[in-house]
Design a protein around this ligand. Structure first.
Ligand SMILES: *[C@@H]1O[C@H](CO)[C@@H](O)[C@H](O)[C@H]1NC(C)=O
Ligand SMILES: *[C@@H]1O[C@H](CO)[C@@H](O)[C@H](O)[C@H]1NC(C)=O
Ligand SMILES: *[C@@H]1O[C@H](CO)[C@@H](O)[C@H](O)[C@H]1NC(C)=O
Length: 164
């Protein structure tokens, strides 16, 4: 009995540690060196890998040194020479609140991101950009933080092999 319980506990612990690890993906800061605004500790995508036609959820976990009172989050995709914006969300939609307070851990939850693919390209780099909109009337939003990453997609060759 006791052995069984220990084993259950181990399985539980293992799943606590490994399930999030399966969703985490590698990322880089877009400017390579990081931002004064704060840092990003992890990027998760679920499901991982993503299937074609499936809209994944992307989560960005980080810590911010500075506050954002009014912001938005943009998702861009770069394939070959072209970059375009796929989606823009207000902070109210993806943050736990409409603002980010200085000196806190934040999580941005981008639900059902409509990934775009361009047929002749095989490499897609997605970026998530945190924009500060509260910068005065006449000014453009200011980029506070940006991370970029590739999203693991179910092997296309495998998919076509299975369906044929
Ligand atoms: C990245 O952005 C920060 C500002 O947040 C700046 O201090 C740093 O120099 C930038 N790095 C590069 C390589 O441009
Ligand atoms: C936050 O600010 C402090 C003091 O300005 C600095 O030492 C630290 O490196 C900053 N952290 C990040 C993640 O930018
Ligand atoms: C982010 O910054 C905080 C505060 O400066 C620090 O404690 C934490 O280790 C940093 N995390 C990463 C992933 O750099």
């Amino acid at each position: 009995m006791e052995i069984l319980n220990v084993r259950h506990l181990l399985i539980l612990l293992a799943s606590l540690f490994f399930l999030p690890a399966l969703r985490a993906i590698d990322f880089e800061y877009c400017n390579k060196s990081g931002y004064d605004f704060g840092n990003v500790s992890r990027v998760e995508v679920s499901r991982n890998p993503v299937e074609l036609e499936e809209y994944p959820t992307i989560k960005i976990f980080g810590y911010d040194n500075k506050s954002i009172d009014e912001g938005s989050v943009e998702v861009h995709v770069t394939a070959g020479e072209t970059t375009h914006m796929m989606e823009r969300y207000t902070l109210c939609v993806v943050g736990s609140e409409c603002a980010i307070a200085a000196g806190t851990n934040f999580v941005l939850v981008l639900a059902e991101v409509p990934l775009k693919y361009i047929e002749e390209e095989s490499k897609y780099v997605y970026s998530v950009r945190l924009m500060d909109e509260d910068v005065g009337d006449s000014q453009e939003p200011v980029l506070r933080m940006c991370v970029e990453f590739e999203i693991p997609i179910v092997d296309l060759a495998l998919v076509s092999a299975e369906s044929s």
